[in-house]
Design a protein around this ligand. Structure first.
Ligand code: AMP
Length: 421
């Protein structure tokens, strides 16, 4: 066989049936949870002015290294970028439309980051998320975290750890950053070369380093929690109390900083313990009380998360939960009289909401039965000359042991519906 001329670009992949059906089912489960919690869907553009994403922080990898940016054909050309995440777009949308707060929206869709692909890391990946804009009530934080937690549970995942931290606010953060920068600078000679560079740009991100050389210095670094203002501490305590009230277990993770610069106060991550540490982050989020203002809107607090669907499904595989859904095709119509009767029967079944499929090309009974078996349909409806003459089909049970029997065409929908329960 000839090699294909083109392949999906590096870091992207085709998601084929039946796996695509499983993703759709997961998206459905998420949308259900989100709508139940009072969130409405926002559908944002796939690309934005590059400036929107620059607000995520000029020192973050997402902005400096991973942006898929391009110029359009305008005069002058506009510098655009494929979205690497959706919080910035949601905040841009809030600033643009000024909805009445609190504004609670959910989203799903592909995101794009020019990363080095590896297991669970792609250049195009799918996120599910929510944002609540316009309130800094800690109970909004709890609601958001609980939604993520309940979604994981609805998939059947059991080994998910919630990591929780507070990154303080603009009043206490500078003092903490000063202390952290001091500690890291004092020990800079022992830091990894990468962390030395990160230290110049953003000392907080050094805490994210997983390199062995950095471990000891990071372990001895001052912690944000020790610098929180009373207000930020009360907020954090209220979030913790709310989670405890709902019975949601969490681990305090005082070095959790997250990859983007905009976070303040509550920050959290969901880790799938069934996955290897390199890709066990299945989602994360937090409070970003300055982002809407940065994008030209009114001062508006926000809290949200983004979950990575690709990794969530890897975690489902690892825990052997959330299998591929049952095939939608319930009846495979095998027409050995040429095929035009299959056209009618399929049409009737589909109109009644019963998944029906068929072969094409007037193939033999044996060939068609093979396709019927492969389809996963529980029943075959066989049409030969005898059946046509009697206005019937032969219904064959492909999975159970009820054998086969003739059914009048007029009774087919009712019979199948009964058999399917
Ligand atoms: P972030 O806001 O960068 O923490 O992203 C939120 C979630 O999206 C992460 O916890 C991952 O599950 C997922 N994610 C981020 N980047 C990628 C990627 N390159 N490939 C697959 N999933 C990703």
């Amino acid at each position: 066989m000839a090699e294909p001329t083109f392949r999906a670009p590096k870091g992207t992949r085709d998601i084929l049936p039946p796996e695509s059906g499983r993703r759709r089912a997961a998206l459905h489960a998420f949308s259900e949870q989100a709508e139940l919690a009072g969130f409405g869907e926002i559908m944002s553009p796939m690309f934005e002015d590059l400036g929107v994403f620059k607000r995520l922080g000029e020192s973050t990898d997402v902005v400096t290294k991973e942006m898929f940016d391009f110029f359009d054909k305008g005069d002058p050309p506009q510098h655009l970028a494929l979205r690497p995440e959706l919080t910035a777009s949601v905040c841009r949308g809030f600033a643009e439309h000024r909805p009445t707060p609190p504004w609670k929206v959910w989203y799903e869709g592909p995101q794009f980051r020019y990363e080095q692909p590896q297991a669970g890391r792609y250049r195009q990946f799918h996120q599910l998320g929510v944002e609540t804009l316009g309130t800094d009530d800690p109970q909004a934080d709890v609601d958001v975290i609980a939604l993520g937690w309940n979604f994981f549970a609805s998939l059947g995942l059991r080994q998910v750890t919630l990591l929780l931290n507070s990154l303080g606010d603009p009043t206490c953060r500078p003092e903490y950053l000063e202390a952290l920068r001091g500690h890291l600078t004092d020990n800079a000679s022992s830091l990894s070369s990468q962390s030395k560079v990160t230290l110049e740009r953003n000392p907080l991100r050094v805490l994210d380093s997983k390199r062995n050389e950095d471990a000891e210095i990071i372990a001895a670094a001052p912690l944000m929690v020790d610098y929180l203002t009373d207000e930020s501490r009360d907020h954090f305590d209220a979030v913790r109390a709310g989670l405890e009230q709902l019975g949601i277990a969490y681990e305090l993770s005082p070095r959790l900083v997250r990859g983007l610069d905009y976070y303040t106060r509550t920050t959290f991550e969901f880790a799938a313990d069934a996955l290897a540490t390199a890709q066990n982050a299945v989602g994360g989020g937090g409070r970003y009380d300055g982002l809407v203002e940065d994008l030209g809107g009114p001062a508006t607090p926000g809290i949200g998360f983004a979950l990575g669907l690709d990794r969530i499904l890897l975690a489902c595989d690892a825990e052997a939960v959330f299998p591929i859904p049952e095939p939608v095709t319930k009846v495979f119509v095998v027409d050995v009289t040429g095929g035009s009767h299959a056209l009618d029967v399929c049409n009737t079944l589909r109109a009644a909401g019963i998944g029906a499929d068929r072969s094409y090309g007037g193939r033999s009974m044996k060939a068609q039965m093979k396709v019927a078996d492969r389809s996963g349909a529980p029943f075959a409806a066989i049409i030969g000359e005898d059946e046509v003459a009697g206005g019937e089909v032969t219904l064959r049970d492909l999975r159970g042991d009820t054998g086969q029997h003739r059914v009048a065409l007029d009774n087919l929908v009712a019979t199948i519906s009964r058999l399917l329960g």
